[in-house]
Every structure is written in C-alpha cells, then in structure tokens.
Design a protein. Structure first.
Length: 376
C-alpha cells in the first residue's frame, strides 16, 4: 500500500474518525484507525462499538491531491498516528506499507516508521436494514441537540436516561432529555412525511455528532433496529447504537398550572445567576433563591461559611402570587444558555413544584423544566 496526500485534507478525515475512538476500548485494535486504500480513494474507520465513523477521501477530490501508487489496508494506532501527521513539516505526506503491518511516513525531511495491525481483524461496521430515513438541515439538528443534551443523566444506574428520546410521527420530531432533576423538550415540524420512529440516542454519541454537523448543510438520518446512521455530506457516515428500554412519559412531568409568571431576557438573567453562583459554589449547598413579587424580584444566595449576595432583577413583566423558590444555579445556567439572547417566561406553581422556562416567541415548541431544591 502506498499513497501521497495533502496533509490538511488527511488531518480533517483523521479528526472525524478519532471522535469514535476511546482510550478505554474493549479490544486493543479499537484504539486503532482502519485505513483501506482502493483505486478510487481512501476509507478511514474509527469505532468503540457504541459509535462508528467512516469517512472516505476520494481520488477526485481536488483539495486532497490524492495519488495512489498501491492499494492495501492496515490499522494504525489512532493517537500516535494522528499526532505524527499533525506535526509533519511538509504540505504533503506519503504513507507506504512496508514489511508486514508496518508503515513508513514521509513528509519533507521527516520520516517515521510505525507499527500497525492487520486491518482484517478490525470489527466490521454493522449490517443493518433501514426502517426509516429523514433529511434535515444540519443547523436545525444542532439546535435540537444543544437544547436537550445538557439534561441527559450522567448516572449509569438508569441507562435509558443517559440518552435523548426522539419521537418522529405525523411530520413532527420531538426530542426529550431528563435526569429527573430537569427536563428539556423540543418539538419541530419537518413537513409531510410518513417517517415514524421512537428511539433513544446516547448523549455521548450526540455530543460527538454535533461537532461534525457544523461542517455540512444537511444530514440524512436513517433508523434501523438497534442503530441510527447519520450521513454527513457524500463521504461520511456516523453510526450509533440505540439505547434499549422505555423512556418516561415526559408529558406527565410537565406542569400545566402556573400561579406566578416572570418574563425576562434570558441572557441578562444568566449573567445575574452567574454572579450569584460565585458565592453558592463556595458554600456547601450550592443553592440560589429566587424571590418574586409585584414590586420587585430578587436573586440571592446566603452561605454561612462564605457570605451573602443579593441582586435585584428587572423583569419585563411579573404576574400572579408572590413566591420564593430555591434552585441549583448550574441547572438554571444550562437552561438559560439554550435560549440565548431571547425573552423567556418562567412559570411557577409552588416552591416545591418544578418550574418551567419557555421562549415567549416559541412557547409551544420548546420547554425547559427544573425541579427546585427543598431548603426546609
């Protein structure tokens, strides 16, 4: 096997497949990148069995300037190989498979020899039967993921909650994530479609996917029995396993009654909470209080070990009963970040019931729910 390629184009492909590679791989060969060189191009594959990413550099891609002298296949250690390629001095590099499963890398005045493994020992990508497929704008999917991903659970004792629940039906997509302390639900309409699916995608998979979506305009989503595939452009496939189990019914968790409402700019409120969190993070409880009345609304935190902070917030509108409620500021900051610089309405029922945050211009399609902290 031998080829010469533009180093920048090769690094881009390596960065893609490295997203699927874990240092805690179940098999030693999964710490490697599989590389198959054919007459038409080079295919790179990375996998940790939960996530698999395959990307192809085609010979017809002018930016790659790919010249193939000899076809073949090899698996090379991902981190070591990638670090070498990133530090080579020249704009182009040549890789040659020498004896057995060794590779020689040349660029400029630099030359490296690296030991690899037999590519035939690399696990094959899953063979699947597609049940549904859907095409979405990539920026739309990025928005949906970013609005829900912070709410997935990090507790492996409830594996189903470590993913985002996607329901596709009647031309609508609903994405829900909850760790039982907070919940985020986003709904969007993708037009007339007979696509139907009820799946839970691991949060770790979606975090890796987001970084790749920013470089494409559309993404094709294919759902199979226990896998989901995202096709990014013409040459990259992102495979993820699906979580098994029944996801909680989010509609039962969202309160329908509001006795107090406050309308405010999300970014301005986030800045206030960020300041108060400086004190709460130093204390033992990490709790902030929200006091709302017709005359004024306050954010405060009182820590016997550290001190006290109190700041008035200037809401666009308040309505309903007076209320004082305690909450985790980190949950609130995560929630407010998903709204950006928009106006939101926060709805409260009682100091012990979950409260909701919705954008005033899109209240039907996005809701964030936070469970308060009992302080007495």
């Amino acid at each position: 096997m031998q080829f010469t390629i533009n180093r920048s184009a090769f690094i881009k492909a390596l960065n893609y497949v490295n997203r699927a590679i874990s240092s805690r791989a179940s098999m030693p060969i999964l710490t490697h990148i599989k590389m198959v060189v054919e007459e038409t191009g080079i295919t790179l594959t990375g996998s940790d069995t939960d996530i698999s990413i395959e990307t192809t550099i085609e010979k017809t891609d002018d930016s790659a300037n790919l010249k193939i002298q000899e076809i073949g296949a090899i698996a090379l250690p991902a981190t070591f190989f990638t670090n070498i390629v990133k530090r080579l001095p020249g704009e182009e590099m040549t890789l040659t498979q020498t004896t057995g499963f060794q590779a020689k890398i040349n660029s400029g005045s630099a030359e490296f020899d690296i030991n690899g493994q037999d590519a035939n020992n690399y696990p094959h990508l899953p063979e699947i039967t597609i049940k549904n497929q859907l095409i979405l704008p990539a920026d739309t999917l990025v928005e949906v993921i970013r609005q829900t991903i912070d709410s997935v659970s990090k507790q492996l004792s409830q594996p189903i909650l470590t993913g985002v629940h996607f329901v596709l039906a009647s031309g609508n997509l609903t994405a829900v994530a909850t760790d039982r302390h907070r919940l985020a639900q986003r709904t969007l309409n993708f037009g007339e479609s007979d696509v139907e699916a009820d799946i839970v995608v691991p949060g770790d998979s979606l975090k890796q996917l987001v970084g790749m979506l920013e470089e494409v305009e559309t993404v094709e989503i294919r759902v199979a029995e226990n896998q989901i595939i995202f096709q990014l452009g013409a040459n990259t496939l992102f495979y993820s396993r699906l979580l098994e189990g029944n996801y909680p019914d989010a509609s039962r968790l969202i309160p329908t009654e509001k006795r107090t409402t406050l309308t405010i700019n999300a970014r301005e409120l986030a800045q206030t909470i960020d300041r108060a969190a400086l004190l709460s993070h130093e204390g033992r409880s990490n709790v902030i209080q929200f006091s709302i009345s017709a005359n004024s609304s306050m954010i405060s935190s009182n820590s016997p070990e550290v001190g006290k902070v109190e700041e008035e917030i200037f809401a666009a509108e308040t309505a309903g009963d007076e209320i004082t409620i305690s909450f985790n500021p980190d949950y609130m900051k995560d929630a407010l970040r998903t709204f950006g610089d928009t106006e939101i309405q926060i709805g409260f029922k009682t100091p012990l019931d979950p409260f909701t945050l919705v954008p005033t211009n899109n209240a039907m399609n996005f809701i964030y729910l936070i469970t308060p902290v009992r302080t007495y």
